[in-house]
Ligand binder design. Sequence first.
Ligand SMILES: [Zn+2]
Length: 75
Amino acid sequence: MYALDSMGIVKLIILVLVIWFGFVLFKKFRKPASRADQQPSTNKMVACSVCKTHIPENEAIIHNGKFYCSKEHME
Ligand SMILES: [Zn+2]
């Protein structure tokens, strides 16, 4: 009787560990995916070649490999 009970507890502990391990793995695999999603939106700051104003790369005007804050500074 006692041996059967302790076996049940061991099985329960193993089950809890398996669930916990699965949960940890699930969290681990979810995090890099969400980070990869955020990375392209985190704007890299670039300086305008004319006035040195720092602007997000996606808002900058790139011409001949140089960054400009506005069309006026591009000329
Ligand atoms: Zn400028």
